[in-house]
Design a protein around this ligand. Structure first.
Ligand code: THU
Length: 136
């Protein structure tokens, strides 16, 4: 997807994710990630990854943003931006994909670094054949 095809508001959302990345708490991996989630009614909820000395209790930026948003009452989402300081895109990890699918459905996932957008993929592409409530 080239720049002209990106969803409206992509640049602003990426900028919000970059700013959130600055507040990430990642003393162990030093891999700071920022996420910004856009709601259907135009709110932007941002987060950075939050690490823990146990390592396993680390929470990814995407998940912190999603849980913040849900807990604040937001229920409908239209896109997410994920920013890391890497040349290659940083896609959401498997558990984050599953959680995003549950609450956001097939939204565009914009991956970017500090300078540019590196990839834009639909969540359904990142999580083919998902397990969800339709299968219960
Ligand atoms: N991380 C995220 O926050 N989001 C991703 O999409 C990939 C990984 C975090 C988890 C951990 O704090 C650090 O990056 C290294 O894995």
């Amino acid at each position: 997807m080239d720049a002209s095809e990106r969803p409206a508001g992509t640049a602003e959302l990426v900028e919000a994710a970059r700013a959130a990345r600055d507040r990430a708490i990642a003393p162990y991996s030093k891999f700071r990630v920022g996420a910004a989630l856009l709601t259907a009614d135009g709110h932007v909820i941002v987060a950075g990854n939050i690490e823990n000395a146990s390592y396993g209790l680390t929470t990814c930026a995407e998940r912190v943003a999603l849980l913040k948003a849900l807990s604040d009452g937001h229920r409908t989402f239209s896109m997410i931006a994920v920013v890391a300081d890497t040349a290659a895109p940083t896609p959401p990890c498997g558990p984050c994909r599953q959680l995003l699918w549950e609450y956001c459905g097939d939204i565009p996932v914009i991956m970017a670094n500090l300078a540019t957008v590196t990839a834009t993929l639909q969540l359904a592409t990142l999580l083919p054949m998902p397990f969800d409530r339709r299968l219960l």
